[in-house]
Design a protein around this ligand. Structure first.
Ligand SMILES: [Zn+2]
Length: 482
């Protein structure tokens, strides 16, 4: 995600070591086959989802757990999906509610919706699934969309269909399934790569942007899009009857920009393509066949999904292009290399933000420099630290923090985005250009399609022959004085 709050609110010693990184991705992934229909008059999506579960854990699994993210938008939700700062910008038509309703689950012994905030679907399987075995389920569900400029919502021109299906929780061999809470600060998502087979039927005249390039068929006044996508940790859609589209091929990837109000649409597409090229050359190749950028109503700056990003139509030009680059960087840090965004938001946000800095540094025509962007991050961070120290007596500047522990959006932005930039810039200064970029390449190649922990990332820089533990530790624990 790209936040804009900070802009609104404020004007080591190294030695060699060895390491081992995670295993290769399993050849077999779980698979979502989703057959969905969207009715614009009702503001409702109804779907049948066939889920092929593959047990890649080391444990016997008898109960599966799925995140039901759209339930965060229901009336009476314990966790507001939007912080008070953004409430008016998000709910443009007044209070509005949505929900995800699980209609039926078949192929199981029993099921129930529960969790801390009716956010989890539990499915007890007919038989336990042992490691490397499979099971199949069918889940019928509906999503009613709130009128909200958010990830899952009806906006003035576009229906944002992020997180629109029950998403398998990530299983930890020690702790079990990790249940995400829809905190308003940050992107409360954590998911494993899977394969997708998705179809969406809409009234003719609507255009769908998606995480994959679709094939379309028209029949009886309806248009059906069909998509396949392999090794992706999520699948998102955005539909509108107002989209215009510009497209371009870059390094074999179909890049498309869906918009309704952009007099410089080609320039927006060009920026995305330049970022795709730069990040592919710098970190490693983009893995998916397509990339869709979607202009939409969104209360924050932008939002990333594999193969698709949302861009707020409220941003002025310079911030809009910045957000294009930031969200494109998330294709590397979040989409391909995954991490637990609820526990370690700095991992993907800090790297996406620093990758954006690298893009600007290497594309002077876009008019921003490394020095300027580091200075902006440091200035914002220091302002936060000063304000919070005065208010609270001291500031908790540690970075490995669950999203629920941040006091405010302001604190979250400064400790994940701005301190993230400062962490990676300090690392780069400390270990030098070649080791820094070698470390990033190591990280990308070792964890592409996988989930990385902070220790995994640190180990990838250590592999370049330097001891970076002290530096990471000082930033992550909050002992570094900036
Ligand atoms: Zn982001």
């Amino acid at each position: 995600m790209k936040r804009v709050l900070c802009l609104l609110l404020c004007a080591a010693v190294f030695c060699g070591s060895l390491f081992v990184v995670g295993c290769a991705p399993s050849d077999v992934l779980s698979k979502y086959t989703i057959d969905a229909k969207y009715d614009p008059d009702a503001g409702m999506l109804s779907a049948d989802m066939h889920f092929d579960y593959y047990n890649d854990t080391e444990n016997e699994i008898s109960v599966l757990a799925f995140n039901l993210y759209p339930n965060a938008f229901r009336e009476g939700a314990a966790y507001e999906p939007v912080s008070s700062v953004y409430h008016a910008a998000a709910y443009y038509a007044g209070e509005s509610y949505g929900e995800m309703r699980v209609e039926n689950v078949s192929g199981c012994e029993s099921w129930e919706v529960g969790g801390e905030d009716e956010n989890i679907l539990y499915v007890r399987l007919e038989q336990s699934v042992f490691p490397e075995e499979s099971a199949a389920l069918d889940i019928a569900f509906t999503v009613t969309f709130a009128h909200v400029r958010h990830r899952t919502g009806i906006t003035e021109h576009v229906v944002n269909m992020g997180n629109f299906y029950p998403t398998l929780c990530v299983y930890d061999d020690a702790a079990g399934f990790y249940e995400c809470i829809y905190y308003s600060d940050g992107d409360p998502f954590y998911s494993q790569c899977a394969d997708y087979n998705v179809s969406l039927t809409l009234p003719a005249g609507y255009v769908a942007a998606a995480s994959a390039a679709g094939k379309t068929a028209q029949k009886d006044g309806k248009v059906t899009y069909r998509y396949t996508l392999s090794s992706a940790r999520d699948f998102a859609l955005a539909v509108s009857d107002a989209f215009e589209v510009v497209s371009k091929q870059v390094q074999g990837v179909d890049v498309s920009y869906y918009y309704y109000d952009d007099g410089e649409a080609q320039g927006t597409l060009d920026a995305a393509c330049a970022a795709m090229t730069y990040f592919s050359d710098t970190f490693g190749a983009y893995a998916y066949p397509s990339f869709a950028l979607v202009q939409t109503g969104f209360c924050y700056g932008g939002m990333e999904y594999p193969g698709l990003v949302l861009l707020s139509d409220a941003l002025e030009r310079e911030n809009y292009l910045y957000t294009v680059v930031h969200e494109t960087a998330h294709q590397w840090w979040y989409a391909m290399v995954g991490s637990n965004q609820q526990e370690y938001a700095w991992m993907d946000e800090g790297l996406a933000e620093y990758s954006t800095l690298l893009f600007y540094e290497n594309h002077p025509a876009y008019g921003r420099t490394r020095e300027e962007l580091v200075h902006a991050a440091l200035t914002s961070y220091k302002a936060y630290y000063s304000i919070y120290s005065q208010i609270f007596g001291e500031s908790d500047t540690s970075m490995n923090r669950n999203l629920g522990t941040f006091i405010s959006e302001y604190e979250y932005v400064n400790l994940t985005y701005n301190k993230g930039v400062l962490l990676f810039d300090t690392l780069r200064e400390g270990i030098g250009e070649s080791k820094f970029f070698a470390g990033l390449k190591n990280y990308f190649s070792a964890f592409r399609f996988l989930l990385a922990t902070p220790e995994d990332m640190i180990a990838c820089f250590r592999k370049t022959g330097v001891d970076v533990d002290g530096l990471f530790d000082s930033f992550l624990t909050g002992s570094a004085v900036l």
